[in-house]
Design a protein around this ligand. Structure first.
Ligand code: NAD
Length: 491
């Protein structure tokens, strides 16, 4: 199946932080792949802006290398890179001073030539507010300008409110794109398609039929290169408050009246607001230790951040409840951590057992299970119970009905645009459905803040877990106490 690529309106995109890690690993390669896919057909321009003094030619060399290393197998070859580089220019600029702003203004085209003007804030969070102010004071923003704001969006409710206020004094909410790249994943949107495009699931999507839901985002990487930020953030702020909460919202929300940005975001907001406070004994924090295997060179978390007393969590697991008619009584188990045994982002919807087994105890207990894999191998699997072939009597076995995108949809379906490609093109199209609204972010912090404050006041110390494991044993206990077990990251 070949997907249709619809060209977008010509744009000027300024990447503040254009020499940084995110720009080089994700943003520029994503733009290159869209260029190769034929989505940038005409006068689109990309302007890198950062502190370092560079000529256009020097910046293009950086971009070419970033694309070569990071654009992946999908990237096209031949003259494509040269044509892409034609779109690129550079301005040395200080977000906190006056240097470079006039030059940037000179490079931007009037609306008649570039109908879409976008500014991507790929800089440290401390510069988000100052950049918005500078864009305003230099007259670079108009009613059609869009800004893309990276994470983290605040470190608590107070700072998120303050940032929302600053941005709102220069831009309408409809111009602000708070990015969460998890929402750009193909499977995340497929989750909505599966729920709301089929009659099969939605009638069962409630506490009467769903026993519990698990959301796991497990990483094998540690926090190398981000030590200073991570030590002040931890897994709760870095992952749970945004990525896992967003996934929770999409799984749990009511059907929006239409697939429209505010309709979807209204429903997500209602989920966050319906979350109960989490009981302290329903949260497990962990911190990774070095592996016992002496051949593994990776240090412990504390060794890495050079703080032998650090109490920052590199892992968190919790049990949440949503107080509404649909979900009362169905627990949601969420966990995320660094240096775990596998890289795996997966949502497991565990249905209840059939109310009565006509096959007797010998058949065993079986329940349907919908598994939504975000990475690796995006896809959705539904396990169904059938008779074990060839056995005497009626023995039952669970088999997967697998909807692997790569197999079902051919090369194009199995290799869809990555999250940054999709999200940046959504900004060009002016579609905010997959971006977080200011009130959503604030509501997520309002739920998260008391949990963090509770740890502080109790002097909570994270449980150690070995690098390369599935996390602290207490997280397994959290499940086992409820007669359940985690699915998803075991090898
Ligand atoms: P980085 O430190 O690699 O790059 C920062 C960029 O900002 C550089 O280009 C630098 O020149 C520029 N900069 C710094 N001070 C400036 C100033 N005063 N004026 C103009 N430019 C200035 O950071 P990064 O890893 O690319 O992250 C950028 C943003 O993206 C951060 O908010 C980060 O939290 C977020 N983010 C990064 C990643 C990632 O994988 N790197 C993932 C998710 C979110």
């Amino acid at each position: 199946m070949v997907s249709r690529v619809i060209p977008v309106d010509p744009f000027d995109l300024v990447i503040f932080g254009g020499t940084g890690d995110l720009a080089q690993r994700k943003i520029l390669p994503a733009l290159f792949r869209r260029h190769c896919a034929g989505q940038l057909t005409g006068a689109e321009r990309i302007i890198g802006a950062a502190r370092t003094d560079l000529s256009n030619a020097e910046y293009r060399t950086i971009v070419a290398e970033a694309v070569r290393v990071n654009a992946g197998a999908k990237a096209c070859s031949g003259g494509a890179l040269a044509a892409f580089l034609e779109r690129i220019s550079y301005v040395a600029l200080d977000a906190l001073g006056e240097a470079g702003w006039q030059e940037l203004s000179r490079q931007l085209r009037p609306a008649g030539e570039a109908p879409v003007r976008m500014f991507y804030f790929s800089v440290g969070p401390g510069l988000f507010g100052p950049l918005a102010e500078k864009l305003h004071s230099h007259g670079l923003a108009n009613a059609d300008t869009r800004i893309v704001v990276e994470k983290p969006f605040g470190r608590d409710l107070v700072s998120a409110r303050e940032l929302n206020r600053t941005l709102a004094s220069h831009f309408d909410e409809g111009q602000i794109y708070r990015i969460d790249h998890y929402l750009g994943k193909e499977t995340v949107q497929n989750l909505m398609a599966v729920r709301f495009g089929n009659m099969l699931f939605e009638p069962l999507w409630n506490s009467q039929y769903v026993d519990h839901i698990q959301i796991t985002v497990a990483e094998t990487v540690g926090v190398e290169g981000r030590e200073e930020y991570y030590e002040r953030a931890g897994a709760m702020r870095d992952m749970m408050q945004n990525h896992l909460m967003q996934l929770l919202c999409l799984i749990a929300m009511e059907p929006p009246a239409k697939f429209d940005p505010d309709a979807v975001r209204d429903e997500k907001l209602k989920v966050i607001r319906a979350l109960d406070p989490v009981e302290p004994h329903h949260i497990v924090r962990g911190q990774y230790q070095a592996r016992l295997d002496p051949s593994d060179p990776h240090p412990s978390y504390r060794g890495l951040v050079c703080n032998p007393r650090s109490s920052t969590e590199s892992y968190v697991a919790l049990k949440a409840h949503i107080s509404n008619w649909r979900w009362a009584g169905t627990p949601f188990y969420l966990r995320t951590g660094k240096r775990l045994v596998n890289r795996s982002s997966v949502i497991n919807v565990m249905f209840k057992d059939a109310p009565h087994s006509i096959f007797g105890a010998e058949a065993g207990r079986h329940a349907n299970h919908l598994k939504i894999r975000l990475q690796p191998n995006e896809g959705i699997t539904l396990s169904v119970t059938i008779k074990e072939p060839g056995q005497g009597g009626m023995r039952l076995v669970d088999v997967p009905l697998d909807m692997s995108f790569a197999e079902a949809l051919g090369p194009e379906g199995g290799d869809p645009p990555d999250a940054y490609e999709r999200l940046i093109m959504d900004v060009v199209r002016g579609n905010q459905t997959l971006f977080m609204r200011g009130d959503e972010v604030e509501a997520a912090w309002a739920w998260t803040d008391p949990l963090i404050a509770g740890w502080k006041s109790r002097g909570d110390v994270p449980k150690p877990y070995e690098s390369g494991s599935t996390g602290p044993g207490d997280a397994d206990l959290l499940m086992r106490r409820d007669g359940r077990e985690w699915r998803g990251i075991n090898p």
